[in-house]
Ligand binder design. Sequence first.
Ligand SMILES: [Cu+2]
Length: 121
Amino acid sequence: MLKKRIAVACTALALTAMVPVALTRAQSSLPKSKVVKVRDNFFYPDSLTVPKETKIIWRWPRSPGDVHDVYLTRRPNGVKRFHSELAASDYSFARRLKKSGQYTMVCTIHAEMSMKVKVRR
Ligand SMILES: [Cu+2]
C-alpha cells in the first residue's frame, strides 16, 4: 500500500513540476525559431510563414551527403544578402529575419533547391 501511495505522490509531484514549464512556453514573448532541414536536394520545409524576428536555423544531416549552401537571393529592401558555408554534414547556419516581406533562399550548387520565407508584418 505504501508503495502505491508513494507512486501516486510522485506522479502528482511530476505533474506539478511540469506545469510551470508549459506556462512559460505559452506565455513567452521570446522570438521564435524554425528549423529547416538541408537535404539532397531540397530544403524541408521549403515554404514558411513566420512572425518578425524569427530565427531560421538550417541544419545539415549528420551523415555526409551532397554539398549544399544557403544563399539569400530575393529579400526586402535594405536587407543584406547572406551566404552560408558550403557543407556536406554536421553544419548549421542561422539568421534572424527582422524585416517583413518575401525572402527566397537557394543552394548555389543545385538550381532546383530553393525555399521561400514570408515574414509577416
Ligand atoms: Cu545543394
